[in-house]
Design a protein around this ligand. Sequence first.
Ligand code: ADP
Ligand code: TZD
Ligand code: MG
Length: 576
Amino acid sequence: MTELETVTEVEPHDLTDGFHLIIDALKLNGLDTIYTVPGIPITDLGRFAQAAGMRVISFRHEQHAGNAAAMAGFLSKKPGLCLTVSAPGFLNGLTALANATTNCFPMILMSGSSEREIIDLQQGDYEEMDQLAIAKPLCKAAFRILHAEDIGIGVARAIRAALSGRPGGVYLDLPGKLLGQTMDAEAGRKSLVEVIDPAPPQIPSAGAVARALDLLKSAKRPLIILGKGAAYAQADAEIRGLVEKSGIPYLPMSMAKGLLPDTHPQSAAAARSLVLQKSDVVMMIGARLNWLLSHGKGKAWGPPHSKQFIQIDIEPREMDSNVEIAAPVVGDIGSCVSALLEAMGDNWDAPPSDWTGEVTEKVASNVERMAPRLQNNNVPMDYHGALGALRRIIKDRPDTVLVNEGANTLDFARSIIDIYQPRKRLDVGTWGVMGIGMGFAVAAAIETGKPVLAVEGDSAFGFSGMEIETICRYNLPVCIVVFNNNGIYRGTDVNPTGGPDVAPTVFVKDARYELMMEAFGGRGVYATSPDELTRAVIEALESGKPTLVNAIIDEQAGTESGRIGNLNPQSVVAKK
Ligand code: ADP
Ligand code: TZD
Ligand code: MG
């Protein structure tokens, strides 16, 4: 034994813990923002994440933190992160996780949880719940990490599951005990995993591309439908290239508006009924034939068997889900659209001009018919007057992100407000869920740095309204316009018994929503005319100051359920 060996003392190794390993694993994978509500056992996780340079945005309710994470995922193509406390916080976040999965938005809900041993014997721990089992059927994948040395792999699995193939929500269970576990810092560093190529390109087969183009070529009345999968894919130039090279009229689904500007000469949005009825070959790009498209059949789609479908989607099982798909093209939209463009060559024939002419004529006449209504300056406002004003504002400021929810407020805004850039319209999505408003608005502001205009039914706003404090606290450039018609659909229902309770769809008359914003230091405006509304919104967007405009809408102007009243079951006894 040498002298040196006898005197050298073993240095105590640096230690790390579960908290820091999770943060390091997220950062290593370029995830830098957490949407959360703090509490046991994750309070310090949020603190340490902020100390480590992550952006930690704290909400008033987990559902809105979850919706923000989902929207961050949609906008960034990286999984949005939501962090919640056990049991009730987890359940509040779960609605957003399920909604994200339904909409194909990538997000990870990380939730603290109680002691496994106590949960599994159901001995009644603080906020006890078997969260993994509950999350599983509602998301794309669910994992639990029990040991600090598995954090790297656990986070990597969550990222891959959220992003690869059809994107969706992932649940990651983080027992409180895991967070405090320690391990050697160097071994910890080595245990982390950088996820390489989490959403690899999925190239369509040459045969599928050729089959699709043969069918498209044979069409007399072709139509393209763009869905929010196309917006998510961020293949904006290729998609525009395909639409323009083909010369085919296209319909954008709600959140695909702006992939091409809504004023594009090939947009058939203002002739929707006509093109759905009369088209013979329909090419779907990142859109599903679900209820929003009447499942691809029935009256809206013209005579039975009058069309054939081409569908581009990353999820093979989407094919034939509602009707037969004659030409499935399975792959990621960027790769599929590029392959189609390439195979179309330079001499692609435009569709028959009697078809494109018929569509353009119908669009022009519908747009012309609508125009005067959008100029009205009625007091109280109707939807057309108020939305006409907002339409002109967005036209002048096309990089504004529009968030939209409600019934009439949603349906009218979707058709009236033109969108000019991709991913600038964020709304209730596949479920038609109320409550996404403030969460989406926060994420839009944080992720894009652009001004946000949230157009909200008064009922819709109520689901997430408390988050205006969050918007004020982080001083986000969000302008909320509450379409205040005193209730759900209309403010005019009465209690048929004459009893003291108002009808279930009716709210407090003339509620002063703008004062809520003033309570937190934001700006509140009460607007009764389109001119007042215009002034208030322009000032808000220009100043970037959190603003709420209480826009007074005629309580008789709306219709039951907006444009989907037909989905209400019919009573055989109630209607006299
Ligand atoms: P919309 O509501 O706008 O009609 P949907 O949410 O119904 O849109 O459909 C989106 C579709 O896009 C889903 O079927 C999903 O699998 C698909 N999708 C999402 N991302 C991609 C992608 N990168 N490449 C191909 N398909 C995608
Ligand atoms: N709860 C949830 C979570 N989602 C829903 N879609 C509903 C309830 C039912 N619902 C709608 O579908 S729209 C809507 C509700 C409550 C509100 C409509 O009223 P509004 O809009 O004030 O937001 P308009 O302009 O008055 O129609
Ligand atoms: Mg309303």
